[in-house]
Design a binder for this molecule. Sequence first.
Ligand code: ADP
Ligand code: MG
Length: 373
Amino acid sequence: MNVRERFAEVFGRPPEGVWRAPGRINLIGEHTDYNDGLVLPFALPMGVSVAAARRDDGVLEVRSLQAGGETVRVPVAGGSVSGWATYPVGMAWVLHEYGIGGASLLVDSDLPQGAGLSSSAALLCATGLALCDLYGVEVERPELARLAQRAEWDFAGVPSGLMDPSASLLATAGHALMLDCRSGLSSRVPFAPEEAGLTLLAIDTRAGHTLADGGYARRRAECERAAGLLGVAALRDVKDLAGALGSLRDPVLRRRVQHVVTENHRVEAAVGLLRAGAAAELGALLTASHLSLRDQFEVSWPQADAVVDAATRAGARGGRMVGGGFGGSVIVLTAADRAERTRAAVEEAFAARGWAAPAFLAATPSQGARRLA
Ligand code: ADP
Ligand code: MG
C-alpha cells in the first residue's frame, strides 16, 4: 500500500497531494560548513514522502509509518511535542507566521535514519513544501532551506547547518550543489558518474554515532578558538596557511586549521574538475580529504579507514568518510567495471575483522524536493 492509500486509511479521507524530499550525500567539503566554508552535496534517490491535506481547525496532526504508534496532534500556533514529531511540528510553527494553517500529515520514507544521509532535513523539507503548497504560500527555496534549518535548530535542538536542507531543496538530477555556507549562495555543478563510466558507492559502515562522545562539539569549539587566535571571523578566511600554522603554538589547533583550509581548496578543485568533465580525477581528492579527516581532524573511525583502504587496493579511484565522523557512511568512487570487485573487497575486509557486514546504497545524483501527485 502506498502513502496515499495509507493516508486515507489513517485519516479517513484522501490526501490533497504527496510531496517528497530526498536525503543527501556530501561529495566533498567536510567540517567546512560551520567554518563558513564550501560544501558540495548532491541529492540521493531515497527520501521522505509526506501525504497531506488541510484541516480548518488550526490543528496539525502528524503520523509516521516509520515511527509506529500514535498520531501526534498540536495547534499549529504552538504546543509541546517531543521525539520525531518535533521536526514536522517545528516546521509548521516556523511557517505559521507565513500564513499556513492546520493539516493532517502522513510520513513515509525509504531513507535510513541516523545514517548521516540527512533524513531529518528530508522530513523538514517535505513537510515545508507540503504546507506551503497546500496553503498557496510562496517561499523561495533558499529561504525555505533557512526556515528548515531554523526549525531543526530551534525546535529539535540540533544546531545543524544550511547544507542539508539546501541540498534537499535545491539539488537537481545529474548535478552536485556547491554551497557557500557564508553567503548561502549556491550553484549547480554537473556530476553524473554513470555517464562518465563511474560508480559512486555509498557504504553504511554500520558503526553508530554513539562513539561521538562530544567529539563533534569539541571540533567546532577548536575551530572557533583557532579562528579567534588567528584574528579571523572564521577559518574560511585564512589565506596564508603556512603563516597561520607558524603562529599557532597548539599542535592540535594547527592540525584542525590545516584540515579546514585544505578542505576548502579541495572543494574548489573538485568543482573545477567536474566543470572540466574530469569526474574520474575526483578520486584522489576524495582520498586526500579522507586522510586529512583521519590524521588532521581526527574524526575517522576504523571501519571507514578499512573501507577506503580496501577499496583503493581493489583499484577504486578513491573514497572518503562522509558526515561529522566517529561513525556513519563512506563514499567510494570507482570505474563502473571495478565496482563489483571493490564491493567484494570491502565486504571481505569487514568479514576478516569480524565486523557487521556494511550496507551499500545507490548514490546517483538525483532531483531535489518536489510534489509527486
Ligand atoms: P540523519 O539526518 O542523518 O538521518 P538525524 O539524527 O539528524 O539523522 O535525524 C534522524 C531523526 O529524524 C530521527 O531520529 C527521527 O526523529 C527523524 N526522522 C527521520 N525520518 C523519519 C521518518 N520517516 N519518520 C519519523 N521520523 C523521522
Ligand atoms: Mg540530520
